[in-house]
Design a protein around this ligand. Structure first.
Ligand code: FAD
Length: 586
């Protein structure tokens, strides 16, 4: 097997992976970096981010307010030491992007423009029209090109982490072009593999978001933290799940039921505010969990608009006017016309909640270190945790910059400490066994399970039982079904047995990742007998701080269901309180 040796290997070339690579290359040009990605970097999901990135910049704002919004928005499940780091480093990282060429939108006086975002009680979301992720990723990508120490391995699919003597020493990956397995030897590995929204049938997530990074770490013995917290974004297009950014509401768009009523005022998010004048604490700019839950209740009351793709509410932006829509929300206009045949300048756009983001992920500390020596994680695949039970929109792009850089610095410290160890022959043997696992998929025959069939059953189960509202009964059923699906996975059969760009093989491996993550979601959700943030239990409707102000940790147990344990939440200065979005004058 061909072995590629570097000092630090990074899995993922989205925002987090690129930021980490740049930080290492800048700090020590002598370190060789292998940047491994299953897609060309610019196709990473970061590219799809629309609305913006949060960071305090205006004089009426403060780090303390960003901290309080984030911790309250997360229903006090965030680790407050991590949130402190996020809010402190956010402005520096966003300015750094500016210096690298990110074209932030501007106020008329030339200063950086910010827009309101859900759950943020001050305006602090930096943006580049409604294509922020594209511009951030492009900026990072072009910056990365100037460093010769970064070697890119595009279209390499990581299959397993190589661990010996308690240290992560590299990984195996399939070179998609040839179908050959390569061994990547490294003294430290950073996982930046992104989210896992594709476990659900209706999602804003790109097709590559299949939880591979989470599954790699999980199978290597690192727990997945807070997996029960899955964010629904309130406004996706019913036809495709394509996101209409929160910036639509940040710019003043409103949500209506079929009677034309701004129904959020009936769900503790009033009072109604004048059209076109966003009042930051309330109504359409409440946090995402609350808005999605309000939709669910209105739907039950029969107040939603029927479309051919199911019930929807209406996002009305007409009062913003064509000029503002074209300037601030050009992509939103394009997508509404292309995918729904509705021009927001003239008509309200039907939208409904859609799976958007995993608050949970690979368990890390504030240095982005996992409990496995030599393994670090950052970005959406990681749970540090700054998002707690509900992420505030625009904190993630910032998170992947801040913690992507931290992961890099921590990995370099680890290298400098000289504590990386592992036996070369043992690692070789593990790489051979990882290759054997993949080859075995080609040999299976007669099992008759189809990849698409299992995937559909998994998606259906999660949507039905692990959606906006959950119950003990439904989750018990989901756990049983997912355990069966994982068993049936052993009998999948590849139809394509060739080597070159074998998408059948890649989809089989991605399904394996998703099934492991899906079971972690369902079991963690069943065990959390309370309602908090995005995890709402109809049978346990109250938040229960006495028992559950804790992080859940799902431990991989092979074929058996994960074992769940709990970890302490770091609370430094904000004691758990009531989330209040009813006032109107922030
Ligand atoms: C439509 C949309 C809009 C959003 N808008 C915003 C917003 O406005 N503001 C905000 O803060 N957040 C937003 N988010 C969330 C945010 O964009 C993401 O959480 C973030 O970009 C994730 O970045 P990442 O670097 O962790 O992962 P990604 O950008 O998803 O990159 C993952 C990388 O991992 C690689 N990878 C995965 N598996 C493997 C494997 N097995 N082998 C090799 N490589 C692998 C991929 O190739 C890719 O390069 C949005 C998300 C979506 C879906």
């Amino acid at each position: 097997m061909e072995t590629i040796t570097s000092d630090i290997a990074i899995i993922g070339a989205g925002g987090a992976g690129l930021r980490a690579a740049i930080a290492i290359a800048q700090a020590d040009p002598g370190l060789r970096i292998a940047l491994i990605s299953k897609v060309y970097p610019m196709r990473s999901h970061t590219c799809a981010a629309e609305g913006g990135a949060a960071g305090v910049i205006k004089s009426d704002d403060s780090l303390e307010q960003h901290f309080n919004d984030t911790v309250g928005g997360g229903d006090w499940l965030c680790d407050q030491d991590a949130v402190d780091i996020l809010v402190q480093e956010a402005p520096k990282e966003l300015l750094q992007l500016e210096h690298w060429g990110c074209p932030w939108s501007r106020e008329t006086d030339g200063s950086v423009a910010v827009r309101p975002f859900g759950g943020m009680k001050k305006q602090r979301t930096w943006f580049a029209a409604d294509k922020t992720g594209f511009h951030i990723l492009h900026t990072l990508f072009q910056t990365s090109l100037q460093f010769p120490s970064i070697t890119r391995y595009d279209e390499f699919y990581a299959t397993e982490l190589l661990v010996d003597d308690g240290c992560c020493q590299g990984l195996t990956a399939i070179e998609m072009r040839s179908g050959q397995i390569r061994q990547f030897r490294a003294r430290a590995v950073i996982v930046a593999g992104g989210g896992a929204g594709r476990m659900f049938p209706f999602t804003t997530n790109g097709a590559i978001k299949t939880g591979d990074g989470m599954a790699l770490a999980y199978r290597a013995g690192v727990p997945l933290k807070d997996m029960e917290f899955v964010q629904y974004h309130p406004t996706g297009l019913p036809s495709t799940g394509t996101l209409l950014t929160e910036a639509c509401r940040g710019e003043g768009g409103v949500l209506l039921n079929k009677q034309g009523r701004r129904f959020l005022q009936d769900y503790g998010m009033g009072p109604e505010t004048p059209l076109g004048k966003p009042v930051l604490k309330t109504m359409e700019l409440g946090p995402r969990d609350r808005l999605s839950q309000a939709f669910w209740h209105e739907q039950k009351k029969g107040n939603m608009v029927a479309t051919e793709w199911g019930d929807a509410m209406l996002l009305d932006m007409r009062h913003l006017g064509e000029k503002k829509i074209n300037e601030r929300l050009p992509l939103v206009r394009d997508m509404s016309i292309s995918y729904m045949g509705v021009d927001p300048v003239r008509d309200p756009v039907p939208v409904r909640p859609v799976v958007h983001y995993m608050m949970g992920g690979i368990h890390t500390d504030i240095r982005a270190a996992t409990p496995l020596a030599g393994l670090y994680a950052a970005g959406e695949c990681a749970c540090v945790s700054i998002n707690g039970a509900n992420r505030l929109g625009s904190n993630s792009l910032t998170e992947l910059l801040v913690f992507g850089r931290r992961a890099a610095l921590s990995a370099m410290e680890y290298l400098a400490s000289g504590s990386a160890r592992g036996n070369a022959q043992a690692i070789d043997a593990r790489a051979e066994s990882a290759r054997g696992q993949v080859r075995a998929l080609f040999q299976r025959s007669g099992g008759g399970e189809s990849i698409a069939g299992l995937r559909k059953a998994m998606m259906h189960t999660l949507e039905q039982h692990a959606g906006i509202y959950r119950s003990g009964e439904g989750l018990t059923e989901a756990c049983a079904t997912l355990a069966t699906l994982r068993r049936r996975y052993a009998n999948i059969e590849l139809h394509d047995k060739t080597n070159v760009y074998n998408t059948d093989l890649l989809q089989a491996l991605e399904l394996g990742s998703m099934l492991d993550c899906a079971e972690a979601v369902a079991v963690s959700a069943l065990e959390r007998r309370e309602s908090r943030g995005a995890h709402q239990r109809l049978d346990c409707p109250e938040r229960d701080d006495a028992r559950f102000l804790k992080h859940s940790l799902a431990h991989y147990q092979g074929e058996a269901a994960p074992r769940i344990s709990y970890g302490e939440v770091v609370i430094t200065k904000s004691q758990p309180g009531v989330r209040d979005y009813s006032g109107g004058h922030a």
